[in-house]
Write a protein of this length. Structure first.
Length: 157
């Protein structure tokens, strides 16, 4: 899978709701601006766009780190977050995904190259550290005809 990373400015599609959802999940209130919008990624498979993703991190520790810049992070954001010698030093423990299937907005259909009638799935993932504090919110819109999802639940310990 190829990814094009950058920060070309806010997406015109659902940006306000994405920012509000991220702030809420990171513990901030919209008026405080306590979230940090970082990387906008368009993922492609065999040259065809399959998803776009915005990542948000708590501004109180993300500001001034590589998570606040649009460039790729060597080893990925989680490696930076968990690096015991790095600026953040948190251990990622779990994530919660909320998935909503819906028809795409016009801009989403155009950017993802969707033919008429193909739905999208919005995946809102909140990643938590070992203290159960949110460390990242990913807001993705994915082409439903180009993704498979798997849910696993342990029923007994």
């Amino acid at each position: 899978m190829e990814e094009t990373a950058g920060c070309p400015g806010p997406r015109p599609v659902a940006c306000l709701s994405a920012c509000l959802a991220a702030e809420h999940r990171l513990g901030g209130r919209p008026s405080q601006g306590e979230q940090e919008r970082v990387v906008y990624v368009v993922a492609a498979l065999e040259g065809q766009p399959v998803a776009w993703c915005d990542s948000y991190y708590p501004a109180d520790w993300a500001s001034g780190t590589a998570t606040a810049r649009p460039e790729r992070i060597r080893g990925g954001a989680y490696a930076l977050i968990e690096d015991p010698e790095g600026p953040i030093r948190r251990q990622i423990a779990r994530s919660v995904d909320d998935l909503v299937a819906r028809m795409p907005m016009h801009e989403e259909a155009v950017e993802l190259g969707l033919p008429p009638g193909v739905p999208v799935v919005r995946v809102l993932r909140t990643v938590f550290d070992s203290d159960d504090l949110p460390v990242e919110v990913q807001d993705s819109v994915v082409a439903a005809d180009r993704h498979e999802f798997r849910h696993e639940e342990q029923m007994r310990e």
